[in-house]
Design a protein around this ligand. Structure first.
Ligand code: PEP
Ligand code: MN
Length: 348
């Protein structure tokens, strides 16, 4: 249930609404829209509550929200959420490109990639230190050593870093080094982990689960938002379908759907979305044209030698070429590409 206040309502009238909600044993979520203040109700509502709210002064209307997700929905929060990492803002008119290797392999590999992607226009560096791995026999990441290399690259290249946190056990250490925490597809429904990363207050990127519906994905987002952490972005990274030609089927339609039903920024990952390097650029272009707030692209100095996801990684030249193609697409939809700044200053 949401309470839409009249544009002219007084603060005391909003307070009265909040009071009524609390007296019913429920919680409120206040959001300031362009014209209206919206008071969302969290918890199990009942018909009598609607009656008592509807006739309070300053209330324009009470709307029943039929969707199971609330904090992530546009109804609760009509204006776009922006996520801020230093001076990078995700979810505004500026499109943010996140790039880097699938896995951190060595200082040389990470630093050279950081410099190359920044020179081409990426504003955030990615790299996995704790890698989810389908096979226990493949490379599972450098662990803390990888986090230290990310911290080094962050200073050397002057850009924020994002890395995956695989388990509750690692939340503290990953949060110590990284600017944004990534929840991988395989952990989208690891509800305890979602709550733990929510508590850090750090920006979070929540990838869509391998076979998650849009609704399940937004319900996963509720676990993070429910911890009072609004710094959340979603990431479409392809889903499992009957098609085996590609690694996953990149669900481009999820991008405009999320734009419509949620206020959270949406990032597209055409690397995992396709699994093939030559499909990354076309799908990146399509994602941008469809309204993605950013892209997450895997880049490696020598994809043939990559320890992980080489088949879907772009080399430096291909990444640079893709970046140049994105500029006119952004312009065509009234947006621009965020430009890297000389140095990175964390907010706290
Ligand atoms: C990754 O970003 O390298 C990764 C493992 O992604 P996903 O969780 O989408 O498979
Ligand atoms: Mn990868």
């Amino acid at each position: 249930m949401i309470v839409v206040m009249k544009p002219s309502c007084k603060e005391s009238e909003v307070a009265e609404v909040v009071n009524t909600i609390r007296q019913a044993g429920l919680k409120e979520h206040i959001s300031q829209g362009a014209e209206h203040t919206i008071v969302g109700i969290i918890g199990r509502t009942f018909p009598e509550l609607r009656d008592s709210l509807e006739f309070l002064p300053g209330v324009e209307e009470v709307i029943l929200v039929s969707k199971p997700y609330k904090l992530s929905s546009r109804e609760f929060h009509p204006l776009d959420t922006t996520v801020q990492v230093g001076n990078v803002i995700i979810g505004s008119k500026e499109i943010v490109v996140i790039a880097g290797p699938c896995a951190v392999e060595s200082e040389e590999q990470l630093l050279s990639t950081a410099m190359a992607v920044k020179a081409a226009g990426a504003v955030i560096l990615r790299g996995g230190a704790f890698k989810p791995s389908t096979s226990p026999y493949s490379f599972r990441g450098l662990g803390e050593e990888g986090l230290k290399l990310l911290a080094l690259a962050r200073t050397e290249a002057g850009m924020p870093v994002i890395t995956e946190v695989l388990s509750e056990r690692d939340v503290e250490i990953v949060a110590k080094y990284a600017d944004i925490l990534q929840i991988g597809a395989r952990n989208m429904q690891n509800f305890v982990l979602l709550e733990e990363v929510g508590k850090t207050g750090k920006p979070i990127l929540l990838k869509r689960g391998l076979s998650a519906t849009i609704e399940e994905w937004l319900l996963a987002a509720e676990y993070i938002l429910g911890q009072g952490n609004s710094q959340l972005m979603l990431c479409e990274r392809g889903i499992r379908t009957f098609e085996t030609y590609t690694r996953n089927t990149m669900d481009i339609s999820a991008i405009p759907i999320m734009e419509k039903i949620s206020h959270l920024p949406i990032i597209a990952d055409p690397s995992h979305g396709t699994g093939k390097w030559y499909l990354v650029a076309p799908l990146a272009r399509a994602a941008l044209a469809s309204g993605a707030d950013g892209l997450l692209i895997e880049v490696h100095p020598n994809p043939d030698k990559a320890l992980k996801d080489g088949a879907q990684s772009l080399n430096f030249a291909n990444f640079e070429h893709l970046m140049s193609q994105l500029v006119p697409i952004a312009a065509a939809i009234g947006r621009t590409l965020a430009v890297p700044s000389a140095e990175f200053k964390p907010i706290k």
